[in-house]
Ligand binder design. Structure first.
Ligand code: ADP
Ligand code: MG
Length: 362
């Protein structure tokens, strides 16, 4: 079991890890999910004793990683973001060397190396120099080093980064295999990867833990549930009147707007969770048909884990902010052009000039 208590890591004024606390139970696959720069590697480096924390404590099976590093590290195997491979050694030489460093007893070393090589399917290349191996094989050597001696906890920092799709599938299968007997913690900025492999997801954003749950529960967390989008061949006033008649407690909110196509209206309905199995699509079909206003498109959109992730990491807000900033600029430019048309050109406003420059990197 791992206990991380109130961890803080500062680089100068920059807070890379911001009061992080969590517990990792035995025998599950955990995923640290977060955008680049979220603080995943920093957290893993502190948990494994690679770097010190500014504040906070880490206990591995009850041993403090700072005050009892030997005991704490004994149960951890770690694959850092950039594995420390000695490329002028053969695979076998390197793994023997790593076994020595890990203080695996001389009598058990041969078995341990063979076990790690067979698990990561390195037997065929064991006499090759690491420098001559492909990226995928190098990654396997890093993994073999991490699983050497079969530690209870295996920590893998972005284990599939830079690999091709076939290698990614192989490494994922290997991680799932490892998860049957070990506690595995892996980090990734790829949502589909974490949700495919992990039993438990911890979403990290700006050094903070913003969610920690099973993939299923995270999807449930998405407020508002599902949305239903309709396109109706009628004007907005008529659509509003038709919908007024329809009474159900399963609609949380609705938005009615003129559709892009002439004579159509777009409706977005947010469905509630009170009566999740009741499908209102059939009701709506008959209701609009009776009113001679055909529904020409109807689509149910389920909340995805992707949306939960975007919402929790603030990515969606940032996107919206940029969008409204752009719309603001667009308006400003139109107003400026209109003014020029009416009053003639005037010297540029320095503030607007700056805004335009900022817009270039949007
Ligand atoms: P992740 O692994 O989630 O991509 P990192 O833990 O590598 O994120 O980085 C978290 C933040 O800390 C980033 O803003 C990064 O620039 C900063 N950072 C990481 N290592 C250092 C360092 N050695 N010196 C200064 N800043 C660092
Ligand atoms: Mg990283």
């Amino acid at each position: 079991m791992i206990e991380v208590k109130n961890l803080v890591k500062k680089y100068g004024n920059h807070i890379a890890v911001d009061h992080l606390s969590f517990t990792v139970e035995d025998g599950q696959i955990y995923g640290f999910l977060g955008p680049n720069g979220a603080g995943k590697s920093t957290t893993m480096n502190i948990m494994t004793g690679y770097i010190g924390a500014t504040q906070g404590e880490v206990f591995i099976d009850g041993h403090n990683i700072l005050t009892e590093p030997e005991l704490a590290k004994r149960s951890i195997g770690y694959l850092p973001e950039i594995p420390p491979l000695y490329v002028d050694m053969t695979v076998l030489e390197y793994l023997n060397f790593a076994a020595e460093l890990k203080k695996i007893k001389a009598s058990e070393r041969k078995n341990a190396v063979e076990e790690a090589m067979s698990l990561t399917r390195l037997d065929d290349v064991k006499t090759r120099l690491i420098r001559n191996l492909s990226k995928g094989y190098k990654q396997r050597v890093g993994l073999a080093q991490a699983v050497l001696g079969m530690p209870d906890i295996i920590i893998l920092d972005e284990p599939t980064v830079g690999l091709d799709p076939i290698q990614i599938i192989e490494i994922r299968d290997l991680i799932k295999e490892l998860g049957k007997k070990h506690t595995v913690i892996l980090s990734s900025h790829i949502l589909s990867e974490v949700s495919a492999i992990c039993d438990h997801i911890m979403i990290i954003s700006h050094g903070k833990l913003v969610a920690s749950d099973t993939p299923e529960n995270l999807m449930q967390m998405m407020k508002g549930g599902h949305t239903l989008e309709l396109l109706v061949k009628a004007n907005p006033t008529k659509v509003r009147e038709i919908l007024k008649v329809y009474k159900t407690n399963n609609i949380v909110s609705q938005e009615i707007q003129k559709g892009e196509e002439e004579g159509t209206t777009a409706v977005t309905i947010c469905l509630g969770e009170e009566n999740p199995d009741y499908d209102i699509r059939e009701d709506l079909f008959y209701l609009f048909a009776e009113n001679k206003s055909p529904i020409i498109m109807m689509q149910l959109k389920k909340a995805s884990l992707e949306e939960v992730f975007m919402e929790l990491t603030g990515a969606e807000e940032e996107k919206q902010e940029k969008k409204s900033h752009r719309i603001g600029l667009f308006r400003k430019n139109i107003e400026k052009e209109a003014e020029i048309l009416v009053n003639g050109d005037s010297s540029p406003d320095p503030e607007e000039q700056e805004d335009e420059n900022n817009d270039s990197d949007l």
